[in-house]
Design a protein around this ligand. Structure first.
Ligand SMILES: Nc1nc2c(c(=O)[nH]1)N[C@H]1C(S)=C(S)[C@@H](COP(=O)(O)OP(=O)(O)OC[C@H]3O[C@@H](n4cnc5c(N)ncnc54)[C@H](O)[C@@H]3O)O[C@H]1N2
Ligand code: MOO
Ligand SMILES: [Mg+2]
Length: 418
């Protein structure tokens, strides 16, 4: 008799996975390897930024007192006593009505407290005149205005993006500690599977899930070990999964998790003694998504159906990986949008629809990506988000406001429910 499975809500399933996603540890990397990693230490300003008062313009550094009373009718002359390019420092202090030519980014000479842009002067031989007074501090980029020594700038647990790299470089982090990346193992199960280079033969299809998952991992910078494809044979698949468990931090299998005669993942978990966290989720696609855990390692049993497989990765595998790396905001960001076409099917389970969000007619709209079934492959190639239609809702009409989950976003959120 077929096994009856009890679906659990998506949020509950995500929580169960996250409870078992534990840190892979930390390691030290060079700055040029830091992009895409997670900070294992906070970035605290090691010194003021900028580290000295500097000129934000190309112009002349003067003492503001000397500009008092300047006007169109009373142009005040200055004599230029030297030039300071960025990286150079003034050799002597400036005296009354004296100025340095100074370039953007150069340290202000002692006593100078303002900068006059070239455009605000009339140049003369050996000097220039100005036609307005300047206040102390006008046109100065102050020491510490960007960051103060000791200030907490970025918390540990943040994903390192190019801007973070700039900040790390500013403070001289030639190396830093980051969360270790877990190593993933992937196995595509299915007797019907052909390799990408194979010609189609009756009854068979090419393996698209394996390459897709590898790309989803690559997008996160995660290294994977591919265990290729395996026919639906219990002994063979069990042996591969067992082998993989000894070599990687977590395993993703695709296919074989439903109740069919050749769906062997449930039996494999049982043989290996893995604890199944859930084997039915109140979602579509991906209701058969199964996650098990053995010796602290997660085994993600994603559905064989391509749309379900894709969605299962983004909803369950991705946040778990980020948590293993120590990330404090592992969930896809959410946004609201106006649904741009009718979606008439009722939603007994929470539905995730591959879609594109864009800005149109003054609002953010969401356009479903086409053929919307769990076994669809064409629509997963389109779109930049998932529309979320909560369980227990009926059809939606064009114009309804719906939630979106953003796919491929660099930054995430700390808490999340769908
Ligand atoms: N009696 C029931 N049948 C099914 C149920 C159910 O509840 N009761 N659930 C359906 C749902 S929902 C889904 S989703 C699928 C899940 O199937 P499996 O995860 O067991 O996957 P397979 O049976 O191995 O394959 C399903 C489908 O996907 C194709 N596939 C598999 N691997 C790949 C791959 N690597 N690349 C591309 N396509 C792949 C496979 O050929 C099948 O067409 O079960 C329903 N059935
Ligand atoms: O498990 Mo499914 O809901 O058709 O993808
Ligand atoms: Mg099946």
């Amino acid at each position: 008799m077929v096994e009856m499975r009890k679906p659990i809500p998506v949020d509950e399933a995500v929580r169960a996975v996250m409870e078992h996603a534990s840190s892979t540890g930390i390691e030290t990397v060079k700055l040029d390897e830091a992009y895409g990693r997670v900070l294992a230490e906070p970035i605290i300003a090691k010194h003021d930024v900028p580290p000295f008062d500097r000129s934000p313009y190309d112009g002349f550094a003067i003492r503001s007192v000397d500009s008092a009373g300047a006007s169109g009718n009373n142009r005040v002359p200055f004599s230029v006593i030297g030039e300071i390019g960025a990286g150079q420092v003034a050799q002597k202090p400036i005296g009354e009505k004296e100025a340095y030519r100074i370039m953007t980014g150069a340290q202000l000479p002692e006593d100078a407290d303002t900068v006059v842009m070239f455009e605000q002067t009339t140049e003369l031989d050996g000097g220039f005149t100005i036609r307005k007074p300047f206040e102390a501090g006008e046109n100065v980029s102050f020491k510490g205005e960007d960051a103060k020594e000791g200030e907490l700038l970025i918390e540990a647990g943040s994903l390192i993006h190019p801007g973070t790299v700039a900040l790390l470089a500013t403070f001289g982090y030639a190396q830093l500690t980051v969360g270790k990346r877990p190593v993933a193992g992937i196995l595509s199960t299915g007797t019907e599977l052909l390799d990408v280079a194979d010609e189609l033969v009756p009854g068979k299809i090419r393996n698209s899930n394996g390459p897709m998952i590898e790309a989803q991992l690559k997008r996160m910078g995660i290294e994977c070990r591919s265990y290729g494809m395996a026919a639906d044979e219990l002994d063979t698949c069990t042996a591969i999964v067992e082998q993989a468990l000894s070599e990687v931090d977590f395993i993703i299998t695709t296919g074989g998790v439903s109740v069919g005669d050749y769906d062997y993942l449930p039996a494999i978990y049982e043989r290996l003694g893995a604890t199944v966290l859930f084997n039915k989720v109140a979602m579509r696609p991906g209701s058969v998504t199964t996650v098990a855990v053995l010796n602290g390692k997660l085994l993600f049993g994603l559905s064989g159906n391509p749309s379900a497989c894709f969605t299962g990765f983004e909803l369950f595998v991705r946040p778990a990986i980020l948590k293993m790396m120590g990330c404090n905001a592992p969930y896809m960001p959410k946004m609201s949008a106006v649904l741009w076409e009718d979606f008439t099917k009722p939603n007994p389970f929470t539905r995730f629809i591959r879609a594109t969000w864009e800005f149109r007619d003054g609002k953010v709209i969401a356009l479903p990506a086409g053929f919307n079934k769990s076994n669809a492959v064409s629509s997963i190639a389109r779109g930049n988000c998932l529309i979320v239609l909560p369980s227990g809702t009926r059809g939606y009409e064009k114009g309804a406001v719906v939630d979106l989950l953003l796919i491929g976003s660099e930054t995430g959120v700390q808490e999340w429910t769908v």
